[in-house]
Design a binder for this molecule. Structure first.
Ligand code: SAH
Ligand code: SF4
Ligand code: F3S
Length: 441
């Protein structure tokens, strides 16, 4: 028996990459790898990358540059690039950075073991195809290790929406939904290993249309109701949704399914109908607001979250003002805002760009408004009782931190709780990014 080889994975980008990194680690586990927390002692380094904005993609090359000394110190070290940059740039990565041994796109992770074997023979390996086979089925074998109380579970991948700014339809491919039976099996397995909260993932998660256990076409709402029956699973979340795919049944579930948490991430991108049209978003500001109205009718205390892009080509000050107006109306508990970044191959990349200084200024103004709203919603939690799923010890002796149903981080001194407990907590203080609470009773 040789001693296990060490694998270091660095994950960028969205939650789906976090999930995929876990799957890759398990797949390479079968090849004798164990994960290490430091690149310095690794036999293989995998960068799981993101291509969404230019900065994200460029980070990969600077990180690879920093790895040169490691490769010089250990010529047997294998360096791989996975994720959306791998998909978008393929073999170009090896040309630009010859120290890369392996490039693997998100749809080919189940082929990692074969690719790794090739590396061991001194060859390079590249796979960025969209194969017919179901990668999730082939990635299934996993050790039954204990887990923390929260987990991600990919149910849908890819996107057919083609927003004019976005690379995801090209890097993740066409929308594919996993069969419900497999998702339910995976959920039960996670619960057996200690998970209490599952976040269902998909680039367009609410467009989920997998095969149901009875062979019929399933929706996300149906899947959620099946998960609701899984004993030991206490909380369900899902992300990311598109406004056009918020069906009546899904909205209703927010009012009637006790395990479905009162938090919804529903990106809108802009409040201007002209810009929404140019973005190919296929919804208007008004139709988005009406969806939120219906969600709030079903679940009045729901906390809303969203994504925004400022400085999209042709965006005028009036268009931007419409975004501010929309934010004022919604009142977000969280929101993520980005300056438009030109992505190669996307329709918007060929249009007249907004002056970068103007875009920076808009981003600042939008973020100031969002921060104020976030604070208001956090401050309004003081005095309320929330249920906290405790996840880990805090920074101070005896302190535990967890998440409320609204996804606020809550820390509690001397809670007497362990990770995985869900307990009522009274909120007594609010900080920049978290709330302070005390145990009830
Ligand atoms: N599938 C999700 C998320 C896609 S990426 C969705 O449909 O909402 C996450 C966010 O990144 C997007 O919501 C958008 O706000 C932002 N984003 C995507 N492409 C971008 C670009 N070219 N420039 C700036 N932000 C971008
Ligand atoms: Fe990108 Fe639009 Fe698809 Fe979201 S819906 S992944 S923003 S193309
Ligand atoms: Fe980035 Fe790919 Fe996710 S581009 S946001 S890692 S789907």
């Amino acid at each position: 028996m040789t001693s296990p080889k060490k694998l270091f994975i660095k994950t960028y980008g969205c939650q789906m990459n976090v999930y995929d990194s876990e799957r890759m680690s398990e797949a390479l586990g079968g090849q004798g790898y164990v994960e290490t927390k430091t690149a310095e002692d690794a036999d293989m380094i995998l960068l799981n990358t993101c291509h969404i904005r230019e900065k994200a993609a460029e980070k990969v090359y600077s990180e690879l540059g920093r790895m040169r000394p490691l490769k010089e110190a250990n010529p047997d070290l294998k360096i791989g690039v996975a994720g959306c940059v791998a998909q978008a740039e393929g073999g170009e990565i090896m040309r630009r950075q010859p120290l890369v041994d392996l490039v693997v796109g998100p749809q080919s992770y189940h082929r990692l073991p074969e690719m790794e074997a090739k590396l061991q023979q001194g060859q390079k390996a590249l796979d960025t195809e969209f194969p017919e086979e179901d990668k999730f089925e082939r990635l299934k074998a996993r050790p039954k290790a204990k887990r923390g109380p929260t987990a991600f579970l990919t149910v849908q991948e890819g996107c057919d929406k083609f927003c004019a700014f976005c690379v995801v339809p090209y890097t993740r491919g066409a929308e594919v939904s996993r069969p419900a039976t497999r998702i339910l099996e995976e959920a039960r397995d996670l619960v057996e290993r200690g998970v209490r909260e599952i976040t269902l993932l998909g680039q367009n998660v609410n467009a989920y249309h997998g095969t149901g256990p009875d062979g019929s076409e399933y929706t996300l709402a149906k899947l959620i109701w099946d998960l609701d029956k899984v004993d030991g699973l206490e909380r369900i979340r899902f992300t990311t949704s598109h406004p056009n795919d918020m069906t009546d049944a899904l909205i209703e579930a927010h009012g009637t399914c006790a395990k479905l948490m009162p938090y919804l991430h529903l990106p809108v991108q802009s409040g201007s109908d002209h810009i929404l049209k140019r973005m190919n978003r296929s919804h208007t500001a008004e139709s988005y607001l009406r969806v939120i109205e219906r969600i709030r009718a079903a679940r009045p205390d729901i906390v809303m979250s969203g994504d925004f892009i400022v400085g999209f080509p042709e965006e005028t000050e009036a268009d931007f003002q419409a975004t501010l107006d929309l934010v004022e109306e919604v009142k977000y508990g969280y929101a993520y805002s980005f300056k438009y970044s030109t992505r190669p191959g996307t329709p918007a990349s060929e249009r007249a760009q907004v002056d970068p200084a103007e875009a920076d200024d808009r981003l600042r103004r939008l973020q100031a408004l969002i921060t104020r709203q976030q604070r208001e919603i956090q401050d309004a939690m003081v005095g309320r009782t929330v249920n906290v799923l405790f996840e880990k010890p805090g920074r101070f002796e005896g302190q535990m931190v967890g998440k409320s149903e609204y996804l606020h981080a809550v820390h509690v001194p001397d809670s007497g709780c362990v990770a995985g407990d869900i307990r009522p907590v009274r909120i007594v203080s609010t900080g920049t990014n978290s709330l302070g609470g005390e145990m009830l009773g």
